[in-house]
Design a protein around this ligand. Structure first.
Ligand code: SF4
Length: 408
């Protein structure tokens, strides 16, 4: 059956080569790389000596990590020892495919890539069209491949809808914030019509969405609640070493004049916080926003691609998925804004620093297996409503902070 399928992958992946020992944040560190029962069985039958490298934790079968280094026990000088000695057939799906994200859409298998990998960030966010699809180099598919094709669409129709959203995001005359807002409004409209009408209706909904965007409802604590949300999710997750994310967070605390109180599960704002954010925002508007828009729009297009939007990803419908993308976008943009505090003369941060911010946040957010807490925070903060979503995305804060953040 698989031989009949078309395997396609995004352009960024076709250029991808794992950096191995040169990687600044190897995926073999700090993660429970999962194995399916098929790989465990292969070890049992053909390489029982590898069974010792398996344990359980985040899943029933994961690669064991060294207690001292937190690296996979099979990592040898930055490269995978199983890959070297046994070949890719002996890699579990997570190890073989990362940073690829593989989804089935009817007869097609579509491979995209996760911004959790620094090399993918480098390839995807600074290249013209990282999400253009071509024939895939990789021919293996994961064991548990899930089909996201909606019942009422065929592969071409489903893919066309996905592509309309991506093309809209990459339009040169729109900002990422506008395209996200228009996509949210259009996702709402799609929910009220039959899926078979989506291809015809979606271009019209997107084209006319600007007329239905409400006035933004800005709340002074929005930016701080974004950081609070990230910190709370980290505090509730399994402790592990994340030096690059810690670096990003330290920059954010410092730039916003806040600290995180782990006991109260909340960031604490200071007397300087409001003015600090106003300064940051001002600098962002003057030096960062326009220059980084192409990169930020590719970031959004990569999220649409990796989630095969509107069909997959966290959230129970297209609108919830879009809102989660928008919130992740705003957190990442805030990280970049805070990075700019190191460049008071208005120069842009070097690409490697931008990559660190984008990738460290993506690596954490991509591994949230349960979106319940995140979704409840998004609902609680009112960001499912268009006026609040627009206010949050707009990011402007020139008014006094309240005494306390919204309780989460
Ligand atoms: S994070 Fe990416 S570049 Fe780094 S080791 Fe993993 S696959 Fe290779």
């Amino acid at each position: 059956m698989l031989a009949m399928r078309t395997l396609r992958s995004i352009a960024a992946l076709e250029q991808f080569e794992c950096l191995g020992s040169a990687c600044e944040d190897t995926c073999c560190k700090g993660w429970g790389m999962q194995l399916t029962a098929e790989t465990v069985e292969r070890y049992r039958t053909h390489a029982p000596e590898l069974l010792d490298a398996i344990t359980s934790g985040e899943a029933q079968h994961i690669m064991r990590r060294d207690a001292q280094t937190d690296h996979c026990v099979k990592l040898e000088a930055g490269w995978c020892g199983i890959h070297r000695a046994y070949g890719t057939d002996f890699l579990g799906d997570a190890c073989n495919f990362f940073p690829r994200s593989t989804r089935s859409l009817g007869d097609d298998v579509v491979m995209s890539a996760s911004l959790s990998c620094p090399e993918v960030v480098r390839l995807a966010l600074w290249h013209e069209n990282p999400v253009a699809l071509g024939d895939a180099r990789e021919q293996r598919v994961p064991y548990g491949l899930k089909d996201y094709l909606p019942e009422s669409l065929d592969t071409q129709q489903a893919y066309a809808v996905h592509r309309i959203f991506i093309d809209y995001m990459l339009r040169e005359d729109l900002t990422a914030e506008d395209a996200l807002m228009h996509s949210a409004i259009s996702a709402d409209a799609l929910a009220s019509i039959a899926m078979t009408d989506w291809i015809e209706a979606l271009p019209f909904y997107l084209r006319t969405a600007s007329g239905r965007v409400p006035q933004p409802e800005v709340q002074p604590s929005d930016a701080f609640n974004l950081l609070n949300m990230l910190c709370v999710l980290i505090a509730l997750s399994k402790p592990t070493s994340r030096p690059r994310l810690d670096h990003t967070l330290m920059d954010m605390y410092s730039a916003l004049a806040v600290h995180f109180d782990a006991q109260q599960l909340s960031i604490m704002i200071s007397e300087q916080s409001s003015a600090s954010y106003a300064n940051l925002y001002d600098r962002w508007e003057r030096y960062g926003n326009q220059a980084l828009q192409p990169m930020l729009k590719r970031w959004c297009a990569m999220q649409y691609s990796v989630q095969l939007f509107p069909y997959a990803g966290h959230g129970s419908n297209a609108r919830e998925r879009l809102n989660l993308i928008a919130v992740r976008y705003a957190i990442t943009r805030l990280g970049l804004m805070c990075l700019m505090m190191h460049y008071p003369d208005g120069t842009l941060p070097p690409q490697e620093a931008q990559i660190r911010v984008v990738q460290s946040i993506a690596r954490f957010m991509d591994h949230l297996s349960d979106p319940t807490t995140l979704l409840s925070m998004v609902h609680h903060l009112g960001w499912m409503h268009n006026a609040r979503l627009r206010g949050m995305l707009q990011g402007g804060l020139r008014i006094q902070l309240p005494d306390a953040l919204c309780a989460i």
